[in-house]
Design a protein around this ligand. Structure first.
Ligand code: PGA
Length: 261
């Protein structure tokens, strides 16, 4: 039932992760990151930015020692070899990244990434000591036909099948309804909670320690809806697209996360 969680874990911190997508330049990033740094010196939640790979070195140099972690937006499912254009998890790790997004719906739709591929990417990330932010979510057609639970749990099931039981407690999950990404349409807090509780149930079924996994909501999370979404017991933060590119909006969402129960 929305609003109730069987797995309340007071140790679970909120995480706000920006997904910059293909935006930025050295100059624009420096302004954005310095703005974020100025507003995050005393945060009580986890904060991260997932940036285009060419800017990982810039993040390492500007963010090292701060409260803001950084990461990439995709990783190869292979360890090394003749895969032109791909980046291995070990390469990403060399830039001291903490996170890498895997299975974002824009990768699934634009690059035909299957759940099997997403699972292999998550496994590569974990092997290299990165925390994968694993994205799942249904399309509008799937939601309207009542298939949300089946789709999301099916995605998760295949992905979890590619990683060990232990590793199931070492990931971050992001529930991103495809119809809410970049559209200005957001899942209601109850809609999000309902799916998040299902996701948590599935994770805990694989490994009881996975109650500590942060389950983020993504899809048009903004300063004006972030607080309500994150007041739900199984919404442990957000994966933020558009609003992550504006210092004030991103910091307002970070503040909402720090203030959330
Ligand atoms: P949005 O993007 O916040 O712009 O909807 C979220 C995401 O794609 O991760």
């Amino acid at each position: 039932m929305p609003g109730l969680s069987k797995y309340v874990d007071p140790m679970r911190r909120k995480l706000i992760a920006g997904n910059w997508k293909m935006h930025g330049s050295l100059a624009a990033n420096a302004a954005l990151l310095n703005g974020i740094l100025a507003g995050t010196d005393a945060v009580t939640c986890d904060v991260a930015v997932c940036v285009p790979a060419p800017y990982l070195a810039q993040c390492k140099s500007l963010l090292s020692g701060s409260a803001v972690a950084w990461g990439a937006q995709d990783v190869s499912m292979h360890t090394s070899g003749a895969y032109t254009g791909e980046m291995s998890a070990a390469m990403i790790k060399e830039f001291d990244c903490r996170y890498v997004i895997v299975g974002h719906s824009e990768r699934r739709s634009g690059h035909a990434e299957s759940n099997e591929a997403v699972g292999r990417k998550a496994a590569q990330a974990l092997k290299a000591g990165l925390t994968p932010i694993v994205c799942v979510g249904e399309t509008l057609v799937q939601r309207e036909s009542g298939a949300t639970a089946e789709v999301v749990l099916g995605q998760l099931d295949t992905i979890l099948g590619a990683i060990s039981e232990q590793d199931a407690a070492r990931i971050v999950l992001a529930y991103e309804p495809v119809w809410a990404i970049g559209t200005g349409k957001t899942a209601t807090p109850d809609m999000a909670q309902e799916v998040h509780a299902l996701i948590r149930g599935k994770l805990v079924e694989r490994n009881p320690a996975a109650q500590s996994v942060q389950v983020l909501y993504g899809g048009s999370m903004k300063p004006d809806n972030a607080g309500q979404l994150m007041s739900m017991p199984d919404v442990d933060g957000g994966l933020i697209g558009g609003a992550a590119l504006k210092v004030d909006d991103f910091l307002a969402i970070v503040r909402a996360a720090c203030a959330a129960p």
